[in-house]
Every structure is written in structure tokens, then in C-alpha cells.
Design a protein around this ligand. Sequence first.
Ligand code: DGY
Length: 325
Amino acid sequence: MKPRIYITRKLPEQIIDGLCKNYDVRMWNQEDIPVPREVLEEEMKEVEGLLCLLTEQIDESLIDKAANLKIIANMAVGHNNIDVISATKRGIMVTNTPGVLTETTADLTFGLLLATARRLMEAEDYLKSGKWETWSPMQLTGQDVYGATMGIIGLGRIGEALAKRAKGFDMNLVYFNRSRKYEQEKELGIEYQPLEKLLQISDFVCVMLPLTPETAYMIGKEQLELMKESAVLINTARGGIIDEKALYKALKNREIWAAGLDVFEEEPIPVDHPLLTLPNVVTLPHIGSASIATRLKMATLAVQNLMEGLAGDTPRNLVVVNKSK
Ligand code: DGY
């Protein structure tokens, strides 16, 4: 009997072809509807390999249902949807898809920054709704990006790729990270600053961190209060890093100038969420990595990881638990 694999969302046939030869592949056959929890719970009982998306919460109770499970391959670089500690304790490998989405996500981040700074969505709405009657001096004026200071919180792969784009706009670059990145400081001309200082001096604050217990709500009322009134906050990492209630108040009271958000504490963000009522927020439905080529690369990499783990090898993108936890 072939070992059983479950894939939690419909993936293109060419991506899963290689799997079907050697494995009994079952898949949730919908593109835009996540697999219901009860279906996943049932499937977990039989599977040896699971390929999942960031929309599935792979928590301890789910992992406990999977007596034969060897590997969980996430089709995302972020893996906060998986209880990696519980999986690892049970000898189950967890993998992610780093690298392949770096440039695509950095492109989107810079695009969102420009759209927020220059009020592109508001401007388009202004035009389409017939409000545009004349050109006027201060109409729809925004913040300059060229030559401004960008503060990057989290100088990982995507943070670095963002810094490279910012250099093309002659921006002054500062960063905050758990550890200093001396090589990147030299290469990119980026300067390390403590978080408080970065928040005080940056015109654009870009959150580029993974969501972990340490980074949850890292940007709250206190941090927002340190930012300039003209500052723009950008988040394409994970929603839970910013306290959305505090952000709403800061934006509403114009304590900061605007925010560009691709990620939210709850996804999809409810359509009646207060943040969506503000004119100075640009929101996107978590599309950082959404180019055709990149999504195919992510799916391919997740399949490769899955096959390597099931073959008894160490998968190329094994997520290693921080030993101090
Ligand atoms: C990730 O990979 O973690 C992104 O959020 C989706 O591409």
C-alpha cells in the first residue's frame, strides 16, 4: 500500500504529478475555500505526509490525531500556523518555503509603501467617483518616498531585498534586528538602531519579522506613540505583530500619518473591521508572494520538502525548534 499524503488545497496537476507515482495522494479539491477542520481531523488519522497552507491551524490537538504523520510541509515561509514544538516532540518534521518568495514579497512591500505614501487608492477612488473637478495645489498630497528614512524591523531575506529597492530611491536606511547584521550594514549602507530610536527617526517603518511569541504585539500603543506624525507604517509580515486596536486609534487620531497592511490579526479581516473605515489605511488581502511564478515555486518547494522527508532524508527546509524554548 502506498503511504498516504493529504494536501489541504487544490494545487496544479503538474505540481503534484511526481507525488502521485509513489503516494496515495488525497487533496481538498477547492481553490478558494479552506478545508473544514472536521475534514482535516479525519484525514489526519491516516496520513504520513501533510502539505498545508498558512490558513490551516496545525495545533497540538490536530497533531495528536495523526499517529502515522512524519512530515508537515507548509507552503509558506512563515510557520506560525503550526505548533512546531509539539510536532518536533513527536518526531514529526516541519518544513517551510524560504527564499523563493523573497523578491516577490519585497516588490509588493515597496509597492504598498508607494501606494500608501502617495494615496494611490484614495486617488483612484476620487477619480472614479466623479469627485475630480479640477487640479488644485494641495489635492491628494502625500509623503515623499525619495530620500526619506526607511526603518526596517527584521533584517531577514525579505527585509534585505526591501532595503535594496529603497537604495534605488536614495532612502536613508536603518534597521532593528535581534542580532546585528554587520555584513549587510556594510553592503547596504544600513545602520543598526535600537527599536525605540528607529521608530522615532523613520519616515517609513516596515515590519518584516516572523510572528513568534517574542514578536507578538511588538508594535503597540507605546511604540506607535514614538513614531512621527508624518510616518507611514507598512506590514507585509504577519498581523499579530501589530496591535490593531492601538493602530486604529493612532491612525484615527492622526498620531501617525498612514498605514499599508497586507496582513491582519484575523484573516480574512472582517469587512466591518474599524480599520477598513479609515481613509489613511491601504489594505490588501495577504498577497505579498502572489505572483504566478512565485506561487508555483512555493508549491514545488513544499512538494520537494514533503518527498525528501517521506524518503527518510532531511528535507532542505527543515524548521528547527529554538532549543532555548
Ligand atoms: C509566507 O510565505 O509566509 C507568506 O505570508 C505567504 O507567501
